[in-house]
Design a protein around this ligand. Sequence first.
Ligand SMILES: Nc1nc2c(ncn2[C@@H]2O[C@H](COP(=O)(O)OP(=O)(O)OP(=O)(O)O)[C@@H](O)[C@H]2O)c(=O)[nH]1
Ligand SMILES: [K+]
Ligand SMILES: [Mg+2]
Length: 374
Amino acid sequence: MGLSEKIKEIEEEMARTQKNKATEYHLGLLKAKLAKYRSMIIEGEKKAGAGGKGEGFDVEKHGDARIAMIGFPSVGKSSILSHLTETESLAANYEFTTLTCIPGVLRINEAKMQLLDLPGIIEGAASGKGRGRQVIAVGKSSDLILMVLDAQKGEEQKEKITRELESVGIRLNQEKPQIHIKVMKTGGIIFNASVKLTKIDEKMVKSIMAEYKMHNAHVSFRGDHDVDELIDVIEANRKYVKCIYVYNKIDQVSIEDVDYLMKEKYNAAISVHMNLGCDILLEKIWDTLGLVRVYTRKKGQAPDFGDPLILTQGRDGITVKSAIMQIHKGLLKDLNYAYIWGKSVKHSPQKCGLKHELCDEDVLQIIKKTKDAK
Ligand SMILES: Nc1nc2c(ncn2[C@@H]2O[C@H](COP(=O)(O)OP(=O)(O)OP(=O)(O)O)[C@@H](O)[C@H]2O)c(=O)[nH]1
Ligand SMILES: [K+]
Ligand SMILES: [Mg+2]
């Protein structure tokens, strides 16, 4: 039996199995098996080179962030690109008008982002239908996915595309689970949790670990996570990507429907044809990406408000260090302290060190160790 048949068999068994206390452990194990087979398929393809050149569309990353538009055919992705950027992408009322990846430059505040128009995807995209795999690979490489949906069929489309993305390890708007696994040589599974767990217990954790043939490890939960999240951490190849659900063509639905759609934090409701909701969409993109503008100034001069540094969230947040790294790595060793004006400080200006966290629109002045002769 091939991997895809095995996957199908497990999916069918899961669908047949009623969810209750008695079947909980069995279902958990089925989930782990499913995840293992899916990873084997992805790995196999990588090795066979099936992904190879097909990974993405050979469009280089540019700008301060990469945003990919993913959706069914004819939901209006190309129309959005042409509307929001200076790039024109052909839009037409037949499916699969767009056959490749078309980049445009989206300007929000002073940032330049790369907005990617992509071919439409359909159910089965993840397992190779159409250009699905390539499209999904671009999604994986992005800082933000705009899942473009037809407002009239939004929920159905959203569910299908989410499932496709999930099946290849993309997690939308989720935080990485706070589960730590340290593999040991001996000692069995040592389990601890710093919070009360309501969705999983020690027995389940141990059986999932056994399914993965991990018999000696420290497993610690620092959040109330479930089986799926444990599997995600074990698989260790998940990609956590932000997503905004863009419901286009709201000119074709009722105002009540639009109001309802707009309630969700990650939703945007727009009509390209009637130029509705696009400003709100741009605001949401900005907020979701969490970019920070930092204006630099030189001693005795006004800050340069035209050309800020655009900083993206790194592991340690956005700090004076990240700002200096972006100007010039070499400056790090010369830094005495930085003067900061803005929301991140109590008094402006304030002397700050490298670890100080910056806010959007702060002003920064670098004071070097030795006095500049100039
Ligand atoms: N009513 C309405 N139609 C729209 C809107 N935006 C786009 N369309 C129409 O929807 C059709 C498909 O638009 P495209 O931009 O080609 O859609 P796409 O998602 O790029 O399609 P593919 O490239 O084939 O996947 C075109 O006929 C557009 O004119 C809108 O806001 N309202
Ligand atoms: K189209
Ligand atoms: Mg298109």
